[in-house]
Ligand binder design. Structure first.
Ligand SMILES: O=C(O)CC1=CCC(=O)O1
Length: 257
């Protein structure tokens, strides 16, 4: 296991793939850890894949995770520790963090992939309601409702659902709440409209958290961005439909990473 020390604590990071291969930095969604990408990894053998647990998630400490800027600073530290420019692949809040890194540190970013993400996700009221529910009952209290947003019905009927539900329900309330506060306060619309780098945007037709129209509206902000809809996928296509996601992702990475 590998740790990256930050001023406030340790980030759990993992790097797979050959040194010298084009580097990808994977940025996880809310309530998940770096295992989010396990299903996609067999498709990414030609790349150096850098993953980490964001603050308050997985094995990483929590010290300052209540702003997107703090999470973006962690992502920049991971890129610098890994030695240089990467393609960012962010899912949901991970895509929001990616947009901030791309806007503020363009020299560190070759290309941008936003999966099931947007320049603004949800609104302050909905995040504050979620924070109140987690304060009252922990992440267990919201787990069933979140599974409905994460996955389409066929995946929810599979045995794997229990494991993803456990991942969420075992995420500590402080880290989860901090990330919700970051989401409540974040709107990247202006900065994302100014992005000028190769960008791929992916949506899932069954996504209950970042519906396709919202995701497409963010693609429309970025000059030249490619938009793809995965039919039948929910909020986490890297889990639910990794082969379909790879069929979109790999040609883009071969051109731009
Ligand atoms: O938990 C959800 O509803 C889905 C989600 C929103 C932001 C994120 O990262 O995941």
């Amino acid at each position: 296991m590998q740790a990256l020390m930050r001023p406030g604590g340790a980030l759990h990071i993992r790097i797979d793939g050959p040194d010298g291969a084009p580097a990808l930095l994977m940025l996880n969604s809310l309530g998940t850890d770096l295992r989010l990408w396990d299903g996609l990894m067999p498709h990414l053998s030609g790349f150096r894949v850098i993953r980490y647990d964001k603050q308050g998630h997985g094995l990483s400490d929590l010290w300052d995770g209540s702003t997107i800027a703090a999470h973006a600073a962690d992502a920049v530290a991971v890129i610098e520790a890994a030695g240089g420019p990467v393609t960012l692949v962010g899912c949901s809040i991970g895509g929001l963090i990616a947009q901030v890194v791309a806007a503020e540190r363009p020299n560190l970013v070759r290309a941008l992939v936003l999966s099931n993400s947007a320049a603004k996700l949800g609104n302050a009221d909905s995040w504050n309601q979620r924070i109140a529910a987690v304060q009252a009952g922990g992440t267990e209290a919201i787990a069933d409702a979140v599974m409905e947003r994460w996955f389409a019905a066929p995946f929810r009927a599979s045995p794997q659902l229990a494991l993803w539900r456990n991942m969420l329900a075992r995420t500590g309330a402080p880290g989860y709440i901090a990330a919700c506060r970051a989401l409540a306060a974040s709107d990247q619309t202006g900065a994302t409209r100014a992005l000028r780098l190769p960008t791929l945007v992916i949506a899932g037709s069954q996504d209950g958290a970042a519906p396709p129209d919202l995701v497409r509206a963010t693609a429309d902000l970025i000059a030249g961005a490619e938009f793809h809809l995965i039919d039948g996928a929910g909020h986490l296509p890297c889990v639910e439909t990794p082969a379909a996601m790879a069929a979109i992702l790999i040609p883009f990475l071969e051109r731009h990473a």
